[in-house]
Design a protein around this ligand. Sequence first.
Ligand code: NAD
Length: 504
Amino acid sequence: QATLPAPAAPADSPGSVVTMSDRTGLPSRVPYLIIGSGFAGMAAARAIRASDPLSKVLMIGDEPYPPYLRPPLSKELWRRKDDRVKAMLSPLGDMRRNSWLFVEPDSFFIEPRRLHLADTGGVSLWKGRRVIALDIADKRVTLDSGDRIEYGKCLLATGGRPRTLPVFDAAAAQSPEVAARTAYFRNIDDFQSLRNKANQAKSVIVIGGGFLGCELAVSLTEVAKKTGLEVHQVFKESGTLAHVLPPHLSEHTSKFIAQSGVAQYPGERVTSVDWDSAAGQVKVGLSSGRSLSADLCLVAVGIEANTQLAESAGLEIDPGDGGFLVNAELEARADLYAAGDACSYYDVLLGRRRVEHVNHAEESGAVAGRNMASDPADPGRKRSTYQHQSSFWCNLANTLAWDAVGLVDSRLETQSFFAMPPPASDDGAAGSDTAEDYQYPGVVFYLKAGRVVGILLWNLPDEIFQDKKAFAPSRLNLARKVLAERQLADPAALQALAREFDVY
Ligand code: NAD
């Protein structure tokens, strides 16, 4: 049997040269450094390795886990049996069989102390460490351990952290009881902690009517089925997901969440938080003058991009949305890139944006990685522009699930097209904005300056739909095509487009 020789690193392959510190035995200079071990960081590492196959990549992350998918933490995991959850959360287990949470098992990553020995390169993960300073002139970072690492190319994939509410911060500073009963939600540890606390509690108040607030309120009703937990949801808007959905769909979503057993308090802000020692509960005062008491409070009021490194590095931050400012190639400065939740990028189709969804993390990470490994002398390793229109989804029930692309913001004008419930007499007529019950499929076009800039596919799964064409695009890809073609917001044309999405 012929054996292929192992590929040898060319003597001048800059992507594979790692220098180790004599003092610590850890890398002191790497060709590719990724700060952040989330989905964007992992996608970048893979893209670097695909472009520069012998490359050595060092990824530094402050979590104790290898990269994982966050979406199941607020959705599927709450509907699984304990054994299954345990298997899915083990980074040592059989990834392919037991888990879809971790992207790769721990064993995929090279120990940082062995990175220089990897003949064919690889990805090293330094877990549980934070980068605390970035020096762009010297191309060097400092870790919380005091270690310093020089880089050839660096990616900021630092993600985001839950926004806090000052009224909770002040109460938690005064009262250890309030601090112990206030939860935020972002990572695996937050999931474990919320699950344990919810199992012990009799009541919980979810603050926030966004993605996380809605998904977790519904997921907590799974605990309620077993323990009788009371679930309350407080939000400042008149309906749930009102920042994304047009009013009729927001109202429908609120109705569904209420029917799932969540007591809702729309149009309310939290004005006070106190420890009620007699009741042994947190007392939350609302703007209407009402108050609620519960064993546990979950604050889900959005995230802030992790841009703390901007100060030491002298980097520009988006003054509106936060995030490291990068161009359409995801470059912040020479040899420095940013991707995922932490970047505000120039979208050549829709203008400057910061996007907080996993598909964006994956695709922007991949482009940043490819650009980090680009080589002007090699036509196969050209720089590319980040043009992907990322999608996101929400799945609260089989008949309340949607995908979306583009600018999906309820402040924009919208046009909705829904299939009517099939009338008894004929084969089902088309309707627009009139369906009383949105269990049926629909499409919402978001409009700006006379063009379609966002599309939401309501109860329309993104399967490859058969149109007798061999390669019919998925609905999301069709939506991307509509955005790219800068579709005019003409009502008749939109009605025809709704048919193309198979709404009726
Ligand atoms: P979000 O931006 O979706 O919603 C934030 C909510 O907090 C809104 O209801 C908003 O009005 C409210 N809020 C903001 N400031 C407030 C204040 N001062 N007082 C009271 N309410 C306030 O954010 P989220 O729901 O916290 O989700 C966190 C992150 O996780 C986001 O990046 C989100 O995109 C992501 N996520 C996405 C999905 C999905 O796509 N299906 C699911 C879960 C989480």
